[in-house]
Write a protein that binds this ligand. Structure first.
Ligand code: NAD
Ligand code: UDX
Length: 470
């Protein structure tokens, strides 16, 4: 068996960048090159100032510092990296299709196909291709067909190795993964290729956590894992509304059911809705696959997870409008948080975007503070919705770098992301500087309900019945 000496990863995004950094850190004998078409992204990965890395992830800068220039490289020379590599990870984006058949549901595989064609064009010796992107079940078949029909005698093994890292904890998740999943063909060559990839992970993870399966189980397991996680969030969010009208408290319900070891305590935090680049996209993909195979009941079952999530975001926005005497027109609403969760600068599908959309349609002025998200990103997120007048966005959105400024003279504060610092603010001072009555809408359940009520706030916290705002 030829030892892997050279790895290339196509796509230096939220998955490719951190994953390759950790693989390089833990395998100093392997040269790892992460390539991307996006020049700005690559030059940020190569920036001497580690604060300028394109992705904010706790612990990432330290790993990059250790491995970059030693055996970790970032480059835009895609052909050269493909040519040199024994193993090629494909970690490009697979967004929801915005056109044609399957629009709004199916995964758009055009970037994956482009990678396969580029590999087919460039490769001169045998390669192991690793699907790192999240893909519909059976994609490996399409890759095989593109790669095997080039007639240049190069042979390929295709492995599925989905990534389970969560943003904000990516480095910790990679360094201490619950499991690594590797799918491959049940042939001698397939098993050998799987073993090569097992060896790379085994340099830091116990062997029992490295699971090998057939390719289709591996591809499908990734979609199913995300669907199950998102389903828990939608389930607890559905219960949050029931709590508000019955006198129950959603955090007490979560704790009570979570102590049942069959249910488990994680992913039971009620929120203004899940966001991120994965959950919605992957469930829509699952729904599309089921429905294309004629399994309509299966498709409808999983689609409900998305419908519940949309409902939760809209319900939160409606609660703000209704509470503020049915009008937010020209009122100042402060947003604390824009990222889809804490400890990341990623805003893809963040609930904040949709709550802002609704409030802007009601002509509110929104003042936003997020510790890691820049103004240009917020404006782009709102413009990309395509439902808002760009002039109104610029007129009504203010982005500030001081949270107290965001909340000064505001009619209401809304918590959209669970950044730790929000709970630690001087809420007495915030109250003093706000318009009265001073409303706070906690979409993440992080504030001290009793303390804020004592200060004088009119507080609404998702899933709690004992709030001032009903
Ligand atoms: P991303 O958009 O951050 O990064 C993808 C990168 O691929 C981009 O920088 C893009 O320029 C590059 N790219 C696209 N086509 C290319 C090509 N032909 N050649 C070179 N570079 C190319 O996306 P991401 O969040 O890293 O996600 C990548 C994949 O991993 C997706 O399939 C996603 O579903 C999956 N995934 C994401 C997460 C997550 O937390 N973000 C977690 C698990 C799995
Ligand atoms: C998710 C999966 O967790 C990860 O395994 C996969 O590889 C990519 O998709 P990510 O989207 O980065 O990761 O973050 P995650 O922690 O799963 O949170 C997703 C969304 O759900 C966030 O908006 C988060 O705030 C929300 N959430 C999560 C809740 O509202 N309540 C919870 O209890 C947990």
């Amino acid at each position: 068996m030829k030892n892997i000496k050279n790895i290339c990863c196509i796509g230096a995004g939220y998955v490719g960048g951190p994953t390759m950094s950790v693989i390089a850190q833990k395998n100093p004998h392997i040269q790892v090159t992460c390539v991307d078409l996006n020049e700005a992204r690559i030059s940020a990965w190569n920036d001497d100032n580690l604060d300028n890395l394109p992705i904010y992830e706790p612990g990432l800068a330290e790993v990059v510092k250790e491995a970059r220039g030693r055996n970790l490289f970032f480059s835009t020379e895609v052909d050269e990296a493909i040519d040199k590599a024994d193993m090629i990870f494909i970690s490009v984006n697979t967004p929801t299709k915005t056109y044609g058949e399957g629009k709004g549901k199916a995964a758009d595989l055009k970037y994956i196909e482009l990678c396969a064609r580029q590999i087919a064009r460039v490769a001169k010796d045998d390669k192991i291709i690793v699907e790192k992107s999240t893909l519909p079940v059976k994609t490996a078949e399409a890759l095989k067909s593109i790669l095997h029909n080039t007639g240049n005698g190069v042979s390929y093994q295709i492995l599925s190795n989905p990534e389970f890292l969560a943003e904000g904890t990516a480095i910790q998740d990679l360094q201490n993964a619950d499991r690594v999943l590797i799918g491959g063909d049940d042939t001698e060559e397939g098993r050998e290729a799987m073993q090569q990839l097992v060896n790379i992970y085994a340099s830091w993870l116990p062997k029992e956590r490295i699971l090998t399966t057939n390719v289709w189980s591996s591809e499908l397991s990734k979609l199913v894992a995300n669907a199950f996680l998102a389903q828990r969030v939608s389930s607890i969010n559905a219960i949050s509304e029931l709590c508000e009208v019955t006198g129950a408290d959603v955090s007490e319900v979560s704790r009570s059911i979570g102590m049942d070891s069959r249910i488990g305590s994680k992913f039971l935090k009620a929120s203004v809705g899940f966001g991120g680049s994965c959950f919605q996209k992957d469930i829509l993909n699952l729904v599309y696959i089921a429905s294309s195979l004629g399994l309509q009941e299966v498709a409808d079952y999983w689609e409900q997870v998305i419908l519940m999530n949309d409902y939760q975001k809209h319900r939160f926005a409606r609660k703000i409008v209704k509470t503020l005497y049915n009008t937010v027109a020209d009122k100042k609403i402060a947003f604390l948080g824009w990222a889809f969760k804490k400890d990341t600068n990623d805003t893809r599908e963040s609930a904040a975007i949709y709550v802002a959309e609704k409030l802007l349609q009601e002509q509110a002025n929104i003042s936003i503070y997020d510790p890691k998200v820049k103004k240009e990103q917020i404006i782009t997120d709102l413009e990309n919705l395509g439902t808002l007048d760009p002039e109104a966005i610029h007129k009504r959105i203010t982005v500030v770098s001081n949270p107290y400024e965001a909340m000064k003279e505001a009619h209401a504060v809304a918590i959209l992301t669970e950044w730790d610092e929000f709970a630690a603010y001087d809420w007495q001072k915030v109250y003093h500087n706000m318009m009265k009555p001073a409303f706070v809408f906690d979409g993440r359940g992080i504030l001290d309900l009793k303390n804020l009520t004592k200060i004088g706030f009119q507080l609404f916290s998702l899933g709690k019945s004992n709030t001032a705002v009903k």
